[in-house]
Design a binder for this molecule. Sequence first.
Ligand code: FVH
Length: 286
Amino acid sequence: MTDVTVLGLGAMGSALATALLDGGRSMTVWNRTPGRAKDLVTRGAGAADSVAAAVLASPVVIACLLDHSSVEETLGLAVDELRGRTLVNVTTTTPNEARALASWTAEHGIDYLDGAIMAVPAMIGSRAGQIFYSGSRAAYDALLPTLDVWTTSEYHGEDAGQASLVDLAMLSGMYQMFTGFFHGAAMAATMGMSASDFAARQAPFLAAMTEELAGYAKVIDGGDYTVAGQQSLEFSDLSHIVRASEEQGIDPAPIAAVQALISREIDAGYGSEGLPRVVESLRADG
Ligand code: FVH
């Protein structure tokens, strides 16, 4: 028997396994395509040639595969062997996919903890990243010393979907920021400005604008978008940015999507209310 089993030795799975070995855990590993365990085996890990054998080797099984379907496919190969064990699934899934796995594992007597990794492989083994967890509180509490080997851990409740929800909500903000930069760089390029020159301007500006988020959050949590001192939706009309993008021959899609949310609230009669009211437009659409 070993302390933990790791299913999946891709870029992230390998980093997680390596950190656990560095942290003194004994380990059994499995990967769909053989041949990815060499370095880990050299360092003392056991390599199983089937999912079932890998699961039987440890009381705790960690799945770091590609997506929900790969997890379902892999776990389906060792349902009986998983019974009575703890499964920590750190594969990226949606909240409902995590909840479906929690239901499935409950039916099969498996203790389930879902994890969402807010880190790249290079950050594993340092305090630079975060991994959010949700699902079995007992499993989280029992495994925390092991989970902390990877990076900082944060528990978000018994609803197995919560960790993924926080993760994907934060990633949504990040990718929309990136897309805003890409759009701005495309506009600036039409005047001959390089993306690097644009980034040198945009990065400090965006960093400064993140100071606004706490104020917007306070209004949203308070639910009163008429609070004085806010930038109104009417003042936030962005149609001139949309037109400027089109005039320069750049697809305005990202900024047009923002303008559509603002226009929806203005058309509904809330033009004098604050910009954060866009949240209500999104909730209405949700
Ligand atoms: N890499 C990153 O920076 C991100 C950071 C945030 C979290 N993600 C998530 O971590 C999961 C694994 O990501 P990864 O980067 O390790 O991905 P790959 O290197 O492509 O490895 C994928 C492993 O999954 C195995 N696999 C794929 N499909 C199946 C399947 N149908 N059955 C069994 N295993 C499968 C694959 O095996 P193989 O291709 O070597 O045979 C790899 O072991 C992921 O959810 C990210 O969103 C990483």
